[in-house]
Write a protein that binds this ligand. Structure first.
Ligand SMILES: [Zn+2]
Length: 296
């Protein structure tokens, strides 16, 4: 049974974001469920790297969306970006935040109050149902009736910042929006990752959780340089994690500008979580609200 010590700063960031301070009052959180980390997970030998799961098969199709880094005409939001979809349409990127019931930190409240714990489990159940119907059925979680296909049925290769990743087709436009924004706001010049990982075909969490990697909605950015100090060994022994008095931002190569940019387009950064999984972003927004088609 794993217990994870949580720093107050990490906790309050989550609480501030999702306004559920009730869950985050304690300085120390003992997970009721095992917290294994979403990167490095059950297979220490596979760490560090996003290849802890079964490798993705070779790309089978062209990327469905091409990015173009042009600013949309100034409207209400001068930061609005457009991308060009694979079928040649111009679309505006819509900003959105993660849906709170999909956020991992909300499933495991620190309280001992049975009602609060029950509520957290209900959110996890809801999240599994939602991910199944929206992204595919993963064996052992949810019902096949909600979706006849596994997530890999919907997986497609795409490129992100020059790196090939395979993800659920529904979130490719969101990645393209992040890429366009990183280029438009200059963050692309601050950091150039050399690797990235997307869908996996094996659940790398233990217990009641199922990783967003199996749904194809999570992406790891340069896993060997962006730490996961709350993950299973050997991460806690990594020099970046051993270093005292370092903030989570100092234990990663990726700059904060990247985190901020991802979060504008519905991605949740697992660096906020007790796992401090700084390499990991998961799309927890509404996939139907990623784009507005403005021109055919
Ligand atoms: Zn990950």
């Amino acid at each position: 049974m794993a217990q994870t010590i949580v720093k107050a700063g990490t906790m309050s960031a989550v609480a501030r974001t999702f306004a559920i301070p009730l869950f985050f009052g304690a300085l120390v959180l003992a997970h009721a469920a095992p917290a294994q980390g979403d990167d490095s997970k059950n297979d220490p030998a596979a760490h560090p790297g996003e290849d802890a799961g079964v490798p993705a098969p070779a790309p089978k199709e062209e990327a469905v969306v091409r990015a173009s880094v042009q600013m949309a005409p100034p409207k209400n939001d001068s930061r609005a970006l457009t991308i060009t979809t694979a079928d040649g349409r111009t679309a505006t990127c819509r900003e959105q935040t993660a849906q709170p019931f999909l956020v991992r930190g909300n499933w495991f409240p620190s309280s001992k109050d049975p009602e609060i714990i029950k509520h957290g489990r209900k959110l996890l159940e809801d999240a599994i149902k939602y991910r199944t119907s929206t992204y595919g059925y993963f064996e052992g979680f949810g019902s096949r009736k909600a979706n006849p296909h596994p997530p890999k049925f919907y997986a497609k290769p795409t490129t992100f910042m020059g790196l090939t990743v395979q993800v659920h087709e529904k979130i490719i436009p969101a990645l393209k929006c992040v890429e366009a924004a990183l280029k438009a706001n200059g963050a692309a010049n601050e950091y150039k990752p050399r690797s990235a990982g997307g869908i996996r075909f094996k659940n790398t969490y233990r217990g009641v959780e199922v990783s967003n990697h199996v749904y194809g909605i999570a992406i790891d950015i340069e896993p060997d340089r962006n730490s996961c100090c709350g993950c299973v060994a050997p991460w806690p022994n990594h020099p970046l994690c051993k270093a005292k008095h370092k903030t989570v931002w100092e234990r990663m190569a990726m700059p904060k500008s990247w985190v901020d940019t991802f979060e504008r387009y519905g991605f949740y950064w697992l660096g906020h979580d007790v796992l401090q999984d700084t390499m990991h972003f998961e799309f927890l927004g509404d996939p139907d609200k990623i784009l507005d088609i403005v021109k055919s």
